[in-house]
Design a protein around this ligand. Structure first.
Ligand code: 6MZ
Length: 362
């Protein structure tokens, strides 16, 4: 686990509101409890529960969203989530979040995203490079920081890109609004679109026009795909040919073969799949089959807060469950660079980061 923490890592499937620290959630809920908006003890009970079905997870998200409604909180959780990933040596993250509207507090999808960007700008404990032009101005490797006692320590650097999520509860118009916003926010590091939300809600045909529009306009797409058994939808999603998919738990027959044939990278979220009972145990997890045939894979957290996990824990779990050694784990972490949505310049930088880790060990 310690070793998994020490290596550089790439996180490509992390939902902002699923990655909040428990301590922050409880603090926010306590504040709202005091104003009578919610009953704190009910909230505390749900937050600290460790095993949840997929249905319960989505009820929990509704609760989380109740306490993270305002702009200031969105900026705060963005800051904390990025600090947490950077602290375990995640060197590149694509953080995804669903832009939300709330007329009561004057929040639009755009102002929600501006709050996310404010959160990124407010981080000073680590170097955060999220604007596309940051690439030219930063050296790829850790910089140095000097404290009041003149101690020099390397400062961690994390490259951040954003994915805007379409929630499966949304209409075609809502989805289109998110895609247009993503196009407008490319200059602050938005690189793609995610389709997520409760997999038993909504129809693929509702989201297709917006996703197609996104694709035509150069945004990369990742879809939550096969989180529940729905072969028709899985087939339609594969026909759409997204750049990546998340989960892929309930693939069978032709769809499974097609996934392999198309070589679409899969974002694997081990703890999430087990905790939501999508997969009964790691012994039967599809990671093993895909890994065996060299299918492109990336290990991710999904919701590090909700599932009490971290990227390091997920790698450590993969190592023990599938018998992978340090060499294989390091390669797995490094291979993820190929599947990021940011441009080749960033890929080059990330390769240097991994190279320098190896050089420093030698
Ligand atoms: C599908 C998920 C998810 O967008 O408010 N989300 N969607 N499957 C999952 N696996 C368990 N985990 C999270 O983050 C929370 C939202 O992300 C999606 C859900 O829509 C959830 O409401 P944001 O930052």
């Amino acid at each position: 686990m310690e070793w998994c923490q020490s290596i550089p890592k790439v996180e490509l499937h992390a939902h902002l509101n699923g990655s909040i620290r428990d301590s922050t959630l409880l603090e926010l809920a306590r504040d709202l409890g005091e104003t009578g908006v919610l009953v704190f003890s009910d909230f505390e009970h749900v937050i600290l529960k460790s095993d949840r079905s997929l249905v319960e997870v989505f009820k929990l998200f509704d609760l989380i969203h109740m306490v993270t409604t305002d702009h200031t909180t969105i900026s705060r959780i963005t800051r904390e989530v990025i600090e947490d990933f950077a602290s375990e040596n995640v060197v590149y993250i694509e953080l995804r979040t669903t832009p939300k509207k709330n007329k009561l507090i004057g929040m639009s999808k755009r102002s929600y995203m501006e709050a996310v960007v404010e959160g990124l700008k407010s981080i000073n404990s680590v170097d955060v490079a999220f604007m596309p032009h940051d690439v030219d101005t930063h050296s790829p490797l850790n910089s140095l920081s000097i404290d009041n006692n003149c101690n020099v320590t390397p400062r961690k650097r994390i490259y951040v890109r954003l994915l805007l999520s379409i929630d499966r509860r949304e209409t075609t118009e809502d989805a289109m609004e998110t895609v247009k916003l993503a196009l407008e926010l490319k200059d602050v590091g938005v690189v793609g679109i995610d389709l997520s939300g409760n997999p038993i809600v909504g129809e693929w045909t509702t989201f297709w026009p917006a996703l197609q529009f996104a694709k035509e306009n150069g945004l990369a797409i990742t879809l939550h795909c096969g989180e529940v058994p729905n072969p028709k939808e899985i087939q339609a999603m594969l026909d759409f040919w997204p750049q990546r998919i998340g989960h892929a738990c309930f693939f069978e027959g032709d769809n499974w073969e097609k996934l392999k044939h198309l070589n679409i990278p899969v974002e694997i979220c081990l703890t999430s799949n087990i905790r939501t009972n999508s997969i009964s145990s790691l012994d039967v997890h599809h990671f093993a089959d895909l890994y065996k045939v060299n299918h492109p894979l990336v290990i991710c957290t999904d919701d590090s807060g909700v599932f009490s996990t971290s990227v390091s824990k997920e790698y450590s779990l993969a190592a023990s469950a599938f018998g992978l050694g340090k060499k294989e784990i390091f390669q797995l972490a490094r291979d993820a660079i190929e599947f990021i949505f940011a441009d080749n310049e960033i890929k080059k930088i990330l390769n240097q980061v991994f190279d320098s880790y190896v050089t420093n060990l030698a």
